[in-house]
Design a protein around this ligand. Structure first.
Ligand code: F6R
Length: 261
């Protein structure tokens, strides 16, 4: 596991976007797994800027969704499908054909979850999965005590996550859906490269538990310790509870440029 400490959200976004651009250079039709929420916005902005200036050609790129609210139609502005269309697909000039995601409106939700796992496998698997982290250590919407072997399935959001996400629903926690479909921790671990991006002091405790704590379902993000290629990019504030921050800085400073992330 590599931990890269950056000055701020903007430089982190730029670094992660560069890693995505380099993947696309190597593999133009890569399957990029995307997260929603506030954190990845600087990544998507930096990637879109590269696409606009012709520094990366995204026309064959494919996008896979990490999670989705149950019961929000795709036209709802806060459905994750709508968020990804707005923040990722449109800025990169991609249409819905480039997009894979679970159906949070399906009559048979269990089948929709299994169908999504099958679709990801049929697409060749995720090349690079961008992840955020919840203040409670969740990745995707795998809340604490999610099985580390879990597959895509329905989960119930914790009170804390619904409170955290109320800002997208006029600060009304009651309007945040209770249920979600999320790629399981086991599904996420199948991606070839995991890049978790975290910014702000509110994430410091969760980041420290994920990076330096034991591998435990109590902190689903700690499962990244089991992955052969996991990169954690954090700003100074999100890194503030790491006891080994100095080592992480030294290791990254000594890394040859050609290695990338
Ligand atoms: C959403 C997702 C979540 C978020 C996490 C952090 O697709 O995967 O795990 O990444 O809740 O959200 P923000 O970035 O809004 O703090």
């Amino acid at each position: 596991m590599e931990v890269v400490i950056v000055a701020d959200a903007r430089s982190g976004g730029d670094l992660v976007a560069e890693a995505v651009a380099s993947l696309i250079d190597r593999r133009p039709d890569a399957l990029l797994g995307v997260a929603t929420g506030s954190t990845p916005a600087p990544v998507y902005e930096a990637l879109a800027a590269r696409a606009r200036s012709g520094r990366v050609d995204t026309k064959a790129l494919r996008i896979a969704q990490l999670d989705e609210y149950v019961g929000l139609p795709p036209e709802h502005p806060e459905s994750y499908r709508a968020v990804i269309r707005r923040e990722v697909l449109e800025p990169l000039g991609l249409d819905d054909d480039a997009f894979l995601g679970p159906d949070g409106m399906a009559a048979d939700l269990s089948e929709a979850c299994s169908a999504y796992d099958r679709a990801l496998a049929a697409a060749g698997g995720v090349d690079l999965q961008l992840l955020g982290i919840g203040t409670d250590g969740h990745i995707g919407f795998n809340e604490p005590c999610s099985s580390l072997a879990s597959r895509t399935r329905i989960k119930t959001l914790t009170r804390r996550t619904r409170r955290d996400n109320a800002r997208f629903f006029d600060d009304d926690e009651e309007r945040v859906p209770r249920h979600v479909i999320t790629q399981g921790v086991g599904t996420i671990l199948e991606a070839r490269h995991l890049v978790l991006f975290a910014t702000g002091e509110g994430k410091a405790e969760a980041v420290a538990a994920a990076v330096e704590g034991p591998v435990s379902a109590a902190c689903p993000a700690s499962a990244l310790q089991l992955h052969p290629h996991a990169t954690i990019v954090v700003d100074e504030a999100a890194a503030s509870a790491l006891t080994r921050a100095d080592y992480f800085r030294q290791a990254y400073a000594a890394k040859p440029d050609w290695q990338g992330l």
